[in-house]
Design a protein around this ligand. Structure first.
Ligand SMILES: [Cu+2]
Length: 268
């Protein structure tokens, strides 16, 4: 069985296979990644550039970072980030990992971030970063980002007011036939602390409304905990078109209010 550490790589490979047959690519030769620039900023001679596979959106995103000094890759000791949303009255972070050298292309540092809100009137996102030079000095800066809302993210709240963030991790582009079905679940223990939920149970139900009061489900296996907040199962969509999938979470013996994802499945 596929380990989840390799999951983003597999997604990227799947994306590559798809783009290779569907359009011209402008990949550089040593990279399998198809990235778009998100934003960049220069501080104290270091240019920090953020790239991603798509526009940033609510739910799970892979972030790809390059740090250059005078248009050459910077030789630095470390690079750490903190995504922050400024909501005027308060600030909060989001579930995220620290960047490490990308498995897919070692020219990038890569990390995952799950954005829990879109940018908008409620608040704005930025990523604070700190570069540690080889001599131990630090340089810090901030990169504003835009996060749009997507269908791949929702949250639910228990009677005790504890919130659970549910990200639809895979399939990123559902297609008819078999797909891995992966959710990523976090909770919040403070404005800066969003631990993964490791031992929840999920029940899911995919449904296609055929109109006139009729509809049907399809073959699937219930996602089970794989560690680090990932829950993996499979789904075999019998038809393309608009599907819903309800998700109910049982965490710490609390059955949480059901949430619903709605999305469209492309013909394969
Ligand atoms: Cu917010």
């Amino acid at each position: 069985m596929t380990t989840l550490k390799n999951y983003s790589r597999i997604l990227a490979m799947a994306a590559l296979v798809f783009t290779a047959v569907s359009c011209d690519t402008n990949n550089n030769a040593d990279s399998d990644l198809e990235l778009i620039p998100v934003n960049s900023v220069t501080v104290s001679g270091y240019t920090v550039s953020l790239h991603a596979e798509t526009e940033l959106e609510t739910g799970a995103n892979q972030l790809y970072w390059q740090i250059e000094e005078g248009s050459k890759p910077a030789e630095i000791e470390s690079f750490t980030i903190t995504p922050m949303m400024d909501m005027g009255q308060m600030m909060h972070s989001t579930p995220y990992e620290q960047p490490v050298t990308s498995d897919e292309d070692e020219d990038y540092l890569q990390n995952m971030a799950v954005f829990i809100m879109p940018s908008g009137e409620m608040g704005s996102w930025s990523v604070s970063f700190e570069i540690t030079r080889m001599n131990g000095e630090t340089v810090s800066g901030e990169l504003p980002i835009e996060v749009s809302s997507s269908w791949k993210f929702t949250s639910t709240r228990g009677d005790d007011d504890k919130v659970y963030y549910i990200s639809w991790y895979a399939p990123q582009k559902p297609v008819s036939g078999n797909n891995d079905l992966v959710f990523l679940i976090h909770t919040r223990t403070g404005m800066m602390d969003f631990p993964a939920v490791e031992n929840a149970e999920l029940s899911v139900y995919p449904y296609m409304d055929m109109g006139g009061g009729s509809g049907h489900s399809t073959d699937y296996t219930t996602p089970v905990a794989m560690g680090d907040g990932f829950y993996q199962g499979e789904i075999n969509y019998s038809m393309s078109g608009v599907w819903t999938t309800s998700v109910q979470l049982i965490a710490e013996n609390d059955t949480l209010p059901e949430v619903m994802f709605e999305y469209s499945v492309q013909a394969k």
